[in-house]
Design a protein around this ligand. Structure first.
Ligand SMILES: Nc1nc2c(ncn2[C@@H]2O[C@H](COP(=O)(O)OP(=O)(O)OP(=O)(O)O)[C@@H](O)[C@H]2O)c(=O)[nH]1
Length: 431
């Protein structure tokens, strides 16, 4: 689930970056094309103006105008028509057939055009208006209008006309080149005060999330809206599989190692525990006892150690069998465990022999503890396999000043035990 979400996020982020980059590239290209169209209109009007100003304008024949205008339209292919308006009245037009209805049109008295034209005469050399509806063919167009003067006197105007349909067709070409088939182009309506209230052009249906940017078209700005591209399903699958593989490559060996490590650690602990424990009584065995000694707290600098041995245990085995002997050993161990301090360590060192470590316990206290245990054991009735048995035990006790002397203390305790046995058993002897 997490992998799916992560891959969705990656694909979304990639799409976003890709879409934004694509849109800014498209807008840059559109601005370039718009600039070329605009320059063509500006330069063509400038060239015509210059030619009129240097020539004897009164002698300009229709033929001469056509020749000049034709050459200009050839050089500036984005310009659709060129008109010359002496005193603001359209008198020359190329191509003539497209503009025949404009001939005689006085822009200075046309309410819709007057303002722009007067502006040219009074303040500026050039104005751009559009998109406006042309009187000659009802087409929407941009008009670049330039003033021609005879000395200081207003002589007339030039008009370089670019049809809106030509601009839209160029925009469409660029968008298609970039693989954008669905878009909205909304532009400023010169008759409205609300920006972007007029859809100039629209193609297809923009579904899902949208992206917008502004295109500079002559003296106005249009908003281009496209839909965000959606990555194909195979890209999503590819990203997901890549992530999955990456995840497996990185984490599988770690998991395996961790599992193996954990497994081996657990095994080690189990083995260690088994090695240190007497299987019958659950007490520490001899190895476990030595391990406990080596890990004793540093504060344990002295103490006592005792060795217990059940008297005549062989008789129990011989009389009642080994199983009863085992039961007696378990009962004996449990009873001792119950009656010793938590800080003591009881272990079965082998057979019917037990060692009791009494850290920080004087020999006197240790002897008392052992006497109490011995008495308690001798009074206990051991019930094994419905048999009631009584036991006695012999104990040898010794004292140690340092854990390094433990070995010596054990030898001494063993000797004391031997003495207890020699002296008739059921007793505690101190070494
Ligand atoms: N049931 C049982 N018997 C064990 C076990 N380990 C040792 N023994 C027996 O313990 C007995 C020890 O006998 P001995 O060493 O002669 O000592 P004892 O009979 O207790 O005599 P004293 O120690 O001299 O009082 C032997 O019969 C062993 O077989 C065990 O795990 N289970």
């Amino acid at each position: 689930m997490t992998l799916i979400l992560v891959s969705e996020f990656i694909v979304y982020s990639l799409d976003k970056v890709k879409d934004e980059k694509r849109l800014s590239l498209v807008v840059a290209e559109l601005n370039k094309v718009m600039g070329a169209i605009f320059n063509g209109a500006l330069i063509s009007s400038e060239v015509l103006k210059e030619m009129i100003e240097v020539s004897d304008e009164s002698n300009l024949t229709v033929r001469e105008f056509d020749r000049i205008a034709k050459a200009l339209l050839k050089d500036y292919e984005f310009v659709d028509s060129i008109l010359l308006l002496p005193n603001g009245v359209a008198s020359y037009a190329y191509p003539y057939a497209d503009n025949i209805k404009a001939i005689g049109h006085d822009v200075l008295s046309d309410q819709n055009r007057k303002l722009g034209s007067l502006e040219v005469i009074l303040n500026k050399e050039v104005t751009i208006i559009g998109p406006v509806q042309l009187v000659q063919n009802d087409k929407q167009a941009f008009i670049v209008r330039r003033t021609i003067r005879n000395g200081n006197e207003f002589w007339g105007l030039t008009s370089s006309v670019v049809y809106l349909e030509s601009i839209l067709s160029n925009i469409d070409d660029v968008l298609r080149l970039y693989g954008i088939n669905d878009y909205d182009l909304s532009g400023y309506n010169p008759d409205s005060k609300v920006p972007y209230d007029k859809i100039i052009s629209s193609r297809g249906i923009i579904a899902g999330d949208k992206l917008s940017d502004t295109v500079s078209v002559f003296n106005t700005k249009w908003e281009l809206t496209i839909s965000k591209g959606k990555s194909e399903i195979y890209i999503k699958i590819f990203v997901f599989i890549s992530l999955l593989v990456l995840f497996l490559v990185i984490f599988t060996p770690s998991f395996r190692y961790f599992k193996k490590y954990k497994g081996s650690e657990r095994e080690k602990l189990i083995l260690e525990n088994e090695a240190y424990t007497d299987y019958l009584t659950g007490l520490a065995n001899r190895r476990g006892f030595e391990h406990r000694i080596s890990h004793l707290d540093n504060s344990v600098t002295n103490g006592s150690v005792a060795i217990f041995d059940i008297d005549f245990f062989k008789r129990v085995n011989d009389t009642y069998g080994h199983d009863v002997g085992d039961g007696v050993l378990v009962g004996f161990a449990n009873l001792c465990k119950m009656h010793i301090s938590d800080s003591f360590v009881l272990s079965r060192s082998g057979g019917e022999e037990f060692i009791l470590l009494m850290p920080l316990t004087s020999i006197e206290d240790a002897t008392i503890q052992c006497e109490l245990l011995k008495t308690m054991i001798s009074k206990e009735l051991f019930i094994v396999n419905a048999l009631e048995l009584t036991l006695t035990m012999s104990v040898g006790v010794a004292y140690f000043h340092d854990t390094c002397e433990m070995k010596t203390a054990l030898t001494l305790a063993d000797k004391a035990l031997y003495k207890a046995k020699q002296q008739g058993r059921d007793r505690v002897c101190v070494s």
